[in-house]
Ligand binder design. Structure first.
Ligand code: MG
Length: 491
């Protein structure tokens, strides 16, 4: 009651402010929320629905609006036209599991434990799961009245039900618990990957914590995820909802439904992207039909750069060097579009941001509680989204597993180590005794090492990396072993 009075008083005191921009309203709202306003006092109609679309292994250059010459993505392009298209947007890791963990928790994988352990130095801990003490975006949103769904690929643990989406803030889950190329039924060669069959992968399709189909008929993956999302929108339109639509494509093996197969000039990879584009169109059309387009934030991005080991079955990083599994720009920089008809100020945004920033931004836009009991690694992008103000992010740390490979501040990026492809599923690392320095403004393709020319810049970035590492407390598997690693269900 006291809170209600405070709210009423605020409106009397600041009527003019409340008639100004949405940004001012949100700032005022956050100030009010900061005074221990409880979640249930926020009116549901003030909170936007959120649909977070995550493509898997889609490269920076795979949509026509990001410059692809032959793949046609009219619906993604339309989102960009009406919303914001970002050109300096990063993931926190260039492989699936740590990238997704960072996106959902707003914390670097080295803090949340979803990066490599000693046995698998560079890859992810996908054989375990997201520690239960981590807070996901879905958990934060549930606290303020959202109904939440995870549709599609999870890959944050599956060997115990406590790792699944329904134990991590999602009311509803429909999808595959890990990558579509896992649980192989035979030894895979490059040729088999490039001529995929459903029977090569014993991947389960799950609803909640139950397996409903196995092997998953992947030809209809994108179509069925989309139909499920549309149904969820229609059934939950009366209260705020959060949908994490996590496509399992275009991660190999590539599969497209009959309506898209053989249609794209770019071949099967293009068919797959064009079906994801169709999915975006269906979502927007449904939001319009249901009268939700003014009150829904749609975010479209990818979990890492393209997987180039399979030739034309992998996507394009545009003009960026490197690919999935490396900390070159091509592995870490991804497409990112924000669309919210009544609020996002449309344009092309060249500010720096990362999937790590989605957690604080979503908290700011919804009144969800921002965790204060742990180190968070994101920045609130609200002012950039609503008013095109400068982003607070001016630096980015590029990890490979537990190791810091590179750091960026402003336009300068310094590589201590790099990772290169040596063939099909073969990689090697290069340690640079003299780190490599690139100016991403003048040289976005990281072609011209200018370390010798700018020793002061090298020193500055080295210092930044050292300071960062001094303040990192890695998640320690030894100190905090995750119980229940061995599940009862055979996945
Ligand atoms: Mg991926």
């Amino acid at each position: 009651m006291a809170i209600a009075h405070f709210m009423a008083g605020s409106k009397l005191l600041f009527p003019q402010i409340l008639r100004t921009s949405l940004l001012v309203k949100l700032i005022l709202w956050n100030l009010i929320a900061g005074t221990n306003l409880s979640a249930q006092n926020i009116r549901p109609d003030q909170k936007p629905n959120i649909i977070l679309i995550l493509a898997d292994d889609m490269g920076y250059g795979d949509a026509s609006v990001y410059g692809h010459p032959t793949i046609q993505t009219p619906n993604i392009d339309q989102l960009a036209e009406e919303g914001q298209r970002w050109t300096n947007f990063y993931v926190a890791a260039s492989v699936c599991t740590p990238s997704r963990a960072a996106l959902l928790t707003g914390r670097l994988p080295i803090r949340n434990g979803m990066c490599s352990d000693k046995r698998r130095v560079f890859w992810s801990s996908s054989k375990r799961g997201l520690p239960s003490e981590e807070i996901t975006i879905a958990e934060a949103l549930k606290e303020v009245g959202y109904t939440t769904a995870c549709i599609g690929k999870w890959h944050l643990g599956h060997k115990n039900p406590k790792y699944l989406p329904i134990s991590n803030g999602f009311d509803y889950y429909y999808g595959i618990p890990y990558s579509n190329d896992m649980n192989k039924t035979q030894k895979m060669t490059k040729e088999l990957y490039q001529n995929p069959k459903i029977s090569y992968y014993n991947v389960p399709l799950m609803e909640g914590d139950k397996i409903i189909e196995r092997p998953f008929e992947q030809h209809t993956a994108t179509k069925r995820y989309t139909q499920t999302a549309l149904k969820f929108i229609k059934e939950n339109k009366s209260s705020p909802f959060f949908i994490f639509l996590s496509h399992s494509m275009p991660h190999v093996p590539l599969f497209a439904s009959e309506s898209f197969r053989g249609k794209s000039e770019r071949g099967l990879y293009g068919d797959v992207i064009e079906e994801i584009d169709w999915s975006v169109g269906e979502l927007i059309r449904t939001l319009q039909e249901e009268g939700l387009e003014e009150n829904t934030l749609v975010i479209f991005t990818s979990d890492n750069g393209p997987w180039k080991m399979l030739d034309e079955h992998g996507g394009s990083a545009g003009q960026f060097r490197g690919s999935k599994g490396s900390t070159w720009e091509g592995g870490m920089r991804v497409p990112a579009i924000f669309w919210w008809k009544s609020a996002v100020k449309h344009g092309v945004i060249r500010e720096m941001a990362a999937t790590l920033d989605l957690f604080p931004t979503i908290c700011s836009l919804t009144g969800a509680k921002f965790p204060k009991d742990r180190v968070m690694d994101g920045y609130d992008l609200t002012a950039t989204l609503l008013e095109q103000e400068e982003s607070d992010r001016d630096e980015m740390f590029f990890y490979m597993g537990r190791q810091l490979f590179a750091v960026r501040k402003g336009n300068f990026k310094l590589h201590f180590k790099t990772r290169e492809i040596a063939g099909f599923r073969k990689y090697y690392n290069m340690e640079h005794s003299t780190p490599l320095l690139f100016n991403l403004g003048e040289d976005p393709s990281e072609q011209y090492d200018i370390a010798a020319k700018y020793p002061e810049k090298v020193k500055e970035l080295k210092k930044l990396a050292e300071e960062h590492l001094r303040n990192i407390e890695p998640y320690d598997d030894q100190i905090a072993p995750r119980d229940g690693d061995v599940g009862t269900e055979k996945f």
